[in-house]
Design a binder for this molecule. Structure first.
Ligand code: ADP
Ligand code: ADP
Ligand code: ZN
Ligand code: ZN
Length: 751
């Protein structure tokens, strides 16, 4: 008998009294256009309530340390299991965190080396760069932060002219007097004319004292400590742990990071760095890509180390199965993409023996080539078959069609969405008449008459990471798709080759648009001022009355409509302002209306509605651009901090739609987009190109690839198996390109 999670009367964000039944121990896909309410239901209602119920089970003492979670706006949520949310937040962890440490594979390899290496070095922790085995030169970081002389010194100047730029060393400062009064330097000689000995003395000082004449006091003896020595002591060494933000900023501004010369970047002291198993050192093992490592491990397996080798092999195998074969264990987690981070977290959960858990995934196929989606599905099945409930928000048809159950929200976005338009199995979805049902088996069409390029963007000697030193000409004035399996080198080509060789290219990424809680679509597009002016003109008051720092704003929330409780170590919690009930302004201001709408009503309008309402030349075009990039469902007052990465990227694009002649590079612009929204995105990209710009998209989405004028496919595989150009040409020719996984998958989907 199937058990269900039941949600009754859910009303978070745009949800309109939604009730839904979700089968337990099954895979349920949540689908629907962007802004329809998937996240509001899955994350803000179901996962939030599971977390809240879990917190309730702790003692009052423990709860004192947890954020107070408000109850989601719903009548009843029953039969939940403990939720584990696996999202795309990057695996942070600082410079000591690598793929090997976060997956707990490193400890297994260290045990292997402690048992088998020659010469014998010691127990497992003797091989740990976070413990006894750390390189003393860099404390196990592998890199060393060094004073950047070009920033610190203006070598055309003398000491008297202020050759030392950092303000602690400014002319007449305490530190400056140490050098100026030492009698060792010619204070009027430009630093570039220093002898080697003088230069070394300035940098590193000498073991002697300088007699300093100090105004109003007796003279003092100060050690002649060099500029670099002093900077290291005060800033660099102090900034390692727990330093103030300001100190960290100074260090970042005045230093460069260089590979540690002692350990060659391997982080390990000499003994653990050089000991070998079967002729291979531990740093070499950690630098192998996972596919090679997976093949190497069985060759060193013997009775003594079999359990270790088998366990490490199983974990590495799971990562390989997730399409991550190109990664290396020494890769710092901070350099992994959101999609890679999410897949690594998924693998960590596979190893867990928890049952009856509710796993919640957020578009796990982001960054994944269609070739690898099948393996992602297999992992979802394994989690389910262990007795867990799997909820997955997805747009990828290959994931949707293998789900046991589908819940579609819609029919459209924002206020035009927020209802359940379908719940049932995949077979039923296809005949449901819903947007998802309609698009599920729609064939892809390769563009028949691509645009002609207007020029080329030459990339020369592409050699970073795995790129094998090729030249490529990217056609200009057309839509170019840069494709290839994960790890083939697409981002590297953009970040390490294209941008350095053509810094005027505009990379529109998915990073957050704004950090202030005051930023909203209205302030970000700049229409807020015009809206204020309009309200002032039509109601005969001063525009300032409508601003957030005026007497017109609610004094409790200063016009935010919400109050934020900031917790030192947790995400801030946002709750509606109790005084104005989220309406932001005082009663007097709310009584001032334009065509029946108060300023608060205006901020609650979606961009799509506002375009109809505000006809002014200073408002409408800016909002139209927001609608054009597919974000018409955002309200003018929604905090930008609530936007997803894909939404941030589209909002940034909105402000550039009217520029001409640029080269834009977009990283997976279909992230978070329903199949039906992809058409709008393509219309927008076409408009950019037809307006004289060039657009390069890094994409896996077959609709986008098929619609491009030109495709550059990297590969054939990821990591060492990739890094070459497999194909360049129009999409129709890609269909029959030999050795291209992208071509193979495209061919499978064309009708
Ligand atoms: P989906 O996940 O389907 O893309 P969401 O659940 O994120 O959709 O959004 C549904 C609607 O709720 C959208 O109109 C969105 O703008 C709105 N919304 C989402 N989060 C918030 C929030 N924190 N405050 C106000 N509105 C929000
Ligand atoms: P794609 O964008 O096609 O997924 P990437 O350009 O991210 O591929 O990766 C190409 C190769 O370069 C992979 O082997 C990857 O592990 C490696 N790589 C990418 N970024 C870094 C980095 N910051 N440090 C070390 N290796 C990297
Ligand atoms: Zn070192
Ligand atoms: Zn208020």
């Amino acid at each position: 008998m199937t058990e269900y999670i039941t949600v009754t009367g859910a009303r978070e964000n745009n949800l309109r009294d939604v009730s839904v039944r979700i089968p337990k121990r099954a895979i349920t896909a949540f689908v629907g256009v962007s802004g329809s309410g998937k996240s509001s239901l899955v994350f803000d209602t179901i996962a939030a309530e599971a977390q809240r119920q879990l917190n309730e089970t702790f003692s009052a003492f423990v709860r004192g340390f947890l954020p107070k979670l408000g109850q989601p706006d719903a009548d009843l949520i029953e039969n939940l299991s403990t939720a584990i949310v696996v999202d795309q937040k990057r695996l942070g962890g600082g410079s000591r965190s690598t793929l090997g440490t976060v997956t707990d594979i490193n400890p297994l390899l260290r045990l292997l080396f402690s048992r088998r290496s020659t010469p014998h070095v010691g127990p497992g922790y003797a091989f740990s760069f976070n413990e006894q085995g750390m390189c003393p030169g860099c404390n196990g970081i592998g890199r060393r932060v060094q004073l950047d002389h070009t920033v610190m010194f203006d070598r055309s100047k003398s000491l008297n002219e202020g050759a030392i730029r950092h303000r602690d060393f400014a002319v007449d400062s305490w530190y400056w007097h140490i050098y100026a009064q030492s009698g060792k330097f010619d204070n009027d000689k430009p630093l570039r004319d220093y002898t080697d000995a003088e230069w070394q003395l300035l940098l590193w000082g000498a073991d002697e004292k300088v007699e300093l004449a100090v105004t109003g006091k007796k003279s003092m003896k100060m050690e002649l400590e060099g500029v670099e020595a002093k900077f290291n002591r005060i800033y660099v060494n102090a900034a390692e742990e727990g330093a103030s933000e300001r100190k960290k900023e100074v260090v970042a501004a005045y230093t460069t990071s260089v590979r540690c010369a002692d350990c060659g970047g391997t982080r390990l002291a000499e003994a653990p760095r050089t000991a070998t198993v079967a002729g291979v050192t531990l740093p070499e093992v950690c630098a192998m890509d996972l596919a090679s490592l997976h093949a190497w491990l069985p060759t060193v397996r013997d009775a003594d180390v079999a359990p270790l080798v088998d366990e490490a092999g199983a974990r590495i195998g799971a990562l390989v199965d997730m399409g991550l074969a190109y990664l290396t264990l020494d890769r710092e987690t901070s350099t992994l993409s959101g999609g890679e981070s999410q897949r690594i977290k998924m693998v960590r959960h596979l190893g867990s023996s928890l049952v009856d858990v509710m796993y919640v995934f957020d578009e796990p196929t982001i960054g994944l080539h269609p070739r690898d989606v099948g393996r992602m599905n297999a992992l979802l099945h394994r989690l389910r078959d262990k007795g867990n409930t799997v909820l997955v928000v997805e747009h990828d048809t290959d994931v949707i069609t293998q789900a046991d159950h589908v819940v579609e929200l819609g029919p459209r976005a924002g206020t035009a969405g927020g209802t359940i338009v379908y719940q049932g199995d995949v077979a039923g979805l296809q005949h449901s008449g819903t947007l998802t049902g309609e698009f599920l088996h729609r064939p892809v069409r390769a563009k028949e008459s691509p645009r002609q390029p207007t020029g080329t963007l030459p990339l020369r000697d592409a050699t970073a990471h795995n790129l094998r030193g090729f030249d490529v000409d990217i056609p200009l004035g057309v839509l170019v798709a840069l494709t290839g399996v994960a790890g083939s080198g697409k981002s590297t080509l953009v970040r390490e080759v294209l941008v350095p060789q053509h810094p005027d290219a505009i990379v529109v990424d998915q990073s957050a648009v704004a950090t202030s809680v005051r930023s909203t679509p209205a302030t970000w597009t700049g229409v807020m001022d015009a809206v204020r002016k309009l309200f002032a003109k039509e109601t005969g008051v001063k525009p300032a009355l409508f601003s957030f720092n005026s007497a017109g704003a609610c004094p409790t929330c200063n016009g935010l409509g919400a109050v934020y409780s900031d917790l030192a170590y947790l995400d801030g919690v946002r709750s509606t302002c109790g005084d104005c009930g989220g309406r932001r302004y005082t009663e007097e201001v709310l009584a001032l209306t334009v065509r029946g709408k108060s300023i608060s009503d205006a901020l609650d309008m979606t961009a799509a509605d506002a375009v109809e309402f505000f006809t002014g030349r200073d408002i409408r075009p800016k909002l139209q651009a927001v609608v054009d990039v597919g974000l018409g469902y955002l309200t003018l007052g929604q905090p930008l901090s609530t936007l997803s990465g894909g939404e941030c990227q589209r909002l940034k694009l909105a402000s550039r739609l009217h520029e001409e002649g640029n080269v834009y590079v977009l990283d997976e612009p279909t992230t978070g987009l329903h199949m039906s929204d992809c058409g709008h995105l393509l219309t927008m990209l076409d408009r950019l190109v037809d307006g004289g710009s060039s657009v390069i998209v890094v994409e896996h989405n077959l609709d986008v690839i098929a619609h491009a004028d030109w495709v550059i496919d990297l590969g054939p595989d990821g990591g060492d198996g990739g890094g070459s150009i497999v194909f360049e040409g129009p999409p129709a020719a890609l269909l029959s390109a030999p050795g291209s996984f992208t071509g193979e998958h495209l061919a499978r989907h064309v009708g």
